[in-house]
Write a protein that binds this ligand. Structure first.
Ligand code: LMR
Length: 330
């Protein structure tokens, strides 16, 4: 795999409307799959603005939302080969390189949002960002970004008990753990890229899906899904990954400024994720288009119990160090 990112930056075209100073701007192409008005989209734009401001225009971050440039299937390869310099996938999609990233899908592993933020700042998180499978492929992680807890939706019936899931088919993001989660509920699943999910729900290719309030709201899933169950059974979070030869090849003073921009954008993102997910919950509710089932504590406990086989099957792959380490952070 190559490190063409550095070359790309040097070859990049002058910034449109930019002055002499911006002619040789270092271009960071930042590709992602959610919409520009999603939590990730807004934070990516904030990072772009901060990077331009802090480097006096020496760095231009070009944000490509909505799978415009690359979708789920291609964006990681595009980063490895240096066709883009930065991506921010939902971490489960890193399963292609390192199965441990599926920690995020382990049912009921994170007790609350604070627990997740604590993990982002832990040594365990740093080890994942610098994992040898990543570095061996010319990429590395720089920071974690939050989205939130996932909820189930479907078109067939309100889901209250584990038995209600039987025979339904759900869209999944990636990986064996999510497949195992649905299997434990006697349900089927299909991995479908985020960019194709609305159509798959609309056409009935799958009956349901699981996602955060903000992803559902900004994708308008309320138009194509009748029932939502508030279960908070798993997380959807992001990490920022860069092409390493590109990153290491940036002049050090410039890279320091970009790192500052990313740090500020990350602080902004952590705040925004919680706020926007709350707003999106209200939007979904007020749409009047989805019937919402809020699970009681006892119903959540029943779901947690039904999902225990996922731990038996996958704890060794994700590694006991990581799973127990996360549990012990609380
Ligand atoms: C999904 O595929 O549902 C999410 O990973 C999309 C995203 O990037 O939030």
């Amino acid at each position: 795999c190559g490190g063409g990112g550095e070359k790309k930056a040097a070859d990049s075209k002058p910034v449109e409307g930019g002055g002499e100073k911006q002619k040789d701007a270092i271009v960071i192409k930042f590709s992602h799959v959610t919409s520009a008005d999603s939590v990730k989209g807004k934070a990516a734009q904030k990072f772009a603005d901060l990077a331009a401001e802090k480097t006096g225009g020496k760095v231009k971050v070009e944000v490509y939302p909505s799978s415009q440039l690359y979708g789920d299937k291609e964006e990681l390869d595009a980063l490895v080969s240096g066709n883009v310099q930065m991506i921010a996938p939902s971490v489960t999609k890193m399963v292609k390189l390192d199965p441990r990233w599926q920690y995020v899908d382990m049912p009921f592993l994170f007790k609350d949002r604070k627990h997740s933020l604590k993990f982002f700042q832990s040594d365990l998180a740093k080890q994942l960002l610098n994992g040898e499978q990543l570095v061996g492929n010319d990429i590395m992680g720089l920071a974690f970004w939050e989205n939130g807890f996932k909820q189930f939706t479907n078109n067939k019936k309100p889901l209250k008990t584990p038995a209600d899931f039987k025979g339904l088919k759900f869209r999944a993001q990636a990986g064996k753990v999510l497949e195992g989660q649905f299997k434990a509920l006697d349900a089927g699943s299909a991995t479908i890229p985020f960019g194709d999910t609305y159509a798959a729900l609309q056409q009935g290719t799958v009956d349901g899906q699981e996602n955060t309030y903000n992803n559902m709201d900004t994708q308008k899933y309320q138009e194509v899904q009748k029932y939502m169950t508030v279960s908070n059974h798993g997380r959807l979070d992001y990490a920022i990954f860069v092409n390493k030869p590109f990153w290491d090849g940036m002049p050090e003073d410039v890279r320091t400024k970009v790192e500052e921009a990313l740090k500020e954008a990350t602080e902004y993102e952590w705040k925004l994720a919680a706020e926007d997910n709350d707003k999106s919950y209200e939007n979904l509710k007020n749409s009047g288009k989805m019937q919402i089932t809020e699970l009681t504590d006892a119903e959540r406990a029943e779901l947690e119990k039904a999902l225990q086989p996922v731990y038996e099957e996958f704890k060794s792959v994700i590694t006991p160090e990581l799973i127990d380490g996360i549990k012990n952070l609380k």
